[in-house]
Design a protein around this ligand. Structure first.
Ligand SMILES: Cc1cc2nc3c(=O)[nH]c(=O)nc-3n(C[C@H](O)[C@H](O)[C@H](O)COP(=O)(O)OP(=O)(O)OC[C@H]3O[C@@H](n4cnc5c(N)ncnc54)[C@H](O)[C@@H]3O)c2cc1C
Length: 412
C-alpha cells in the first residue's frame, strides 16, 4: 500500500528475529521503507518450540504466512514427566485442552518461524547482517545512526527489536539492570540426535531446582535438548558460548537420566542457546523518535510462553499505529503503548509464578506436581483452566488496513 501523505518513512529496525521482521512486513505494507540491522551473519536458528495462540495467530493469518507455518508445525502428540529410569510419572496428550494446553497443536520451532518471517520480508526490506548500531544521535530532522561496520546513516525513526539484551534500549533508555528482573532461572536449548527414537513426543525429567527434557523436531529426525535450572544471577560473557557450556556442564554434573548423553551432544550442536530467564519492565517504550518492541521492551520470559505472541502482536500494533497516524510518531507511539500495556502486564504476570511449577525446588514438590498432572484429566474445572489460557492470549486487534481510510476494528 502506498500513501503519499506518510511522514517519517525511513525506519531502521535493530534485530531480525520475530519482532523485527514482523514489524518490517507491516511497515512496508503500509508504505514505509524499513531497514533491518542484525548482529548475526544470518537469521539465527535455534530455540524452543513456540505456540502461536490468540492475538499472534490472528497476526500471522493477516500476514498470509499461515500455509508456511502449517507446513512447519511440530505436530507433537504429547509429553511425559519421567523418573530417572524413564518411567512416566504423569502423561499429557495434545487433546487434553483441545490442543490449546501445555502441549499445543499449533506449535512451531522458533528457528523455523524466524526463517518464514525472513522469507516473507526479504524482498521488501533492506537487510544488513553482521552489524550493530553503536550510537544514536537524534535531532529535529531524524536520527543519525552509527554502525560498528557500516557507514553512518540518517533515518526518520529507529525501532529496537533486539531482544532481552537490547542495544537500542541501552543506548537510548539506560542500562539493562534498570529494567531487567531476573526470575531466578537460566535456560539452555540445543539440537541433538533422537537417540531415544521418540515419535513426536516430549520427555521431561525434574531434579530439585533443575529440569532437563527432550522433544522431537523436524519429523523426529532430531530432538531439542532443553535444560533449566534455578540460580541467582551469574556473571559470564553473553557472547562466549564455550563459557556458557561450562556453566551448564557444572550445574548438571553427576545427574542421571539422559543428561550425560545430552551434554555430550552440546559441542556438536549448531544452535546452542543459553540465557537468563528475566522480565524487562519499563514505564515507557518510546523516547523521541525511538521505540522498543518485543523482548527489547517487554520480555515476558520463557516461563510465560508468550514472548513470540507479544512480539508478533506488538509489531502489528506499532506498525499499524504508525500507519493510522500517517507517520506522526508521537501520536503512534502513545497509542501503541496504551494498547499494549494491559496485554503485556497480564502476560508477564503469568511468568512470575510459573517457575515453581516447571522446576519444583524439592523432591516432594516434584512428586506433588506430578500427582496434580495425573489428576488433571479428571478435574471438573479443567474447562476453566483452558479458558484462562485462552483469555491470557486474547486481544482485540484493530484492522489497520481499513484504519487508514476510516477506523474499524475486529475482535480476534
Ligand atoms: C537464538 C535464540 C533462541 C531463543 N530461544 C528461546 C527459547 O528457547 N525459549 C524462549 O522462550 N525464548 C527464546 N528466545 C527468545 C524469543 O525468540 C523471544 O522471546 C520472542 O520470540 C520475542 O522475539 P524478539 O524478536 O522480540 O527477540 P529475540 O528473539 O530475542 O530477537 C532479538 C534479535 O536481535 C538480535 N540482536 C541482538 N542484539 C543486537 C544488536 N545489538 N544489533 C543487531 N541485532 C541484535 C539477535 O541476534 C536476535 O536476532 C530465543 C531467542 C534467540 C535469538
Amino acid at each position: 500500500m502506498t500513501n503519499n501523505s506518510l511522514k517519517n518513512r525511513t525506519i531502521l529496525i535493530s534485530g531480525a528475529s520475530i519482532a523485527g521482521p514482523a514489524l518490517a512486513y507491516w511497515l512496508s505494507r503500509y508504505g514505509f521503507k524499513p531497514t533491518i540491522v542484525e548482529r548475526a551473519p544470518a537469521p539465527r536458528a535455534g530455540g524452543n518450540a513456540i505456540d502461536i495462540r490468540g492475538g499472534s495467530r490472528a497476526v500471522v493469518e493477516r500476514m498470509g504466512i499461515m500455509p508456511a507455518i502449517r507446513q512447519a508445525l511440530t505436530n507433537q502428540r504429547g509429553m511425559s514427566f519421567v523418573d530417572s529410569s524413564n518411567r512416566p510419572q504423569a502423561t499429557m496428550g495434545v487433546e487434553l485442552f483441545g490442543g490449546e494446553g501445555l502441549v499445543s497443536d499449533f506449535e512451531i520451532l522458533r528457528g523455523d518461524l524466524v526463517q518464514i518471517l525472513y522469507e516473507a520480508t526479504r524482498d521488501t526490506t533492506e537487510y544488513i547482517f553482521h552489524d550493530t548500531i553503536t550510537a544514536l544521535s537524534e535531532n529535529e530532522e531524524g536520527i543519525q545512526v552509527t554502525f560498528e561496520k557500516g557507514q553512518p546513516r540518517i533515518f526518520d525513526l529507529v525501532l529496537g527489536a533486539d531482544g532481552l539484551h537490547s542495544t537500542v534500549r541501552q543506548l537510548s533508555f539506560g542500562a539493562e539492570s534498570e529494567f531487567s528482573r531476573h526470575l531466578g532461572y537460566y535456560i539452555s536449548i540445543f539440537t541433538a540426535a533422537n537417540h531415544l527414537q521418540l515419535d513426536r513426543w516430549q520427555l521431561v525429567y525434574n531434579m530439585p531446582g533443575k529440569l532437563a527434557g527432550v522433544y522431537t523436531a523436524h519429523q523426529n529426525s532430531e530432538v531439542k535438548a532443553m535444560f533449566l535450572f534455578a540460580s541467582s544471577p551469574l556473571q559470564y560473557d553473553r557472547h562466549n558460548s564455550e563459557e556458557q557450556k561450562k556453566i551448564l556442564t557444572r550445574v548438571f554434573a553427576n545427574e542421571g537420566w539422559e543428561i550425560p548423553r545430552l551434554l555430550n551432544a552440546m559441542d556438536d550442536a549448531p544452535d546452542f542457546y543459553f540465557d537468563s530467564i528475566s522480565l524487562i519492565q519499563m514505564e515507557r517504550w518510546s523516547k523521541g523518535r525511538i521505540a522498543l518492541v518485543g523482548d527489547a521492551g517487554y520480555c515476558p520470559s520463557p516461563l510465560s510462553g508468550q514472548g513470540t505472541n507479544l512480539a508478533l502482536v506488538g509489531a502489528y500494533v506499532l506498525a499499524g499505529e504508525l500507519a493510522a497516524a500517517a507517520g506522526e510518531y508521537q501520536t503512534a507511539f502513545a497509542r501503541y503503548e496504551e494498547k499494549m500495556r494491559g496485554y503485556v502486564e497480564k502476560n508477564q504476570k503469568a511468568a512470575v509464578d510459573g517457575g515453581k511449577w516447571f522446576i519444583p525446588p524439592t523432591q516432594s514438590m516434584i512428586r506433588l506436581r506430578n500427582l496434580n498432572m495425573r489428576m488433571l484429566p479428571y478435574l471438573p474445572w479443567k474447562g476453566l483452566i483452558a479458558r484462562a489460557i485462552q483469555k491470557q492470549t486474547a486481544i482485540t486487534l484493530q484492522d489497520y488496513t481499513e484504519a487508514q481510510a476510516s477506523s474499524g476494528s475486529a475482535s480476534l
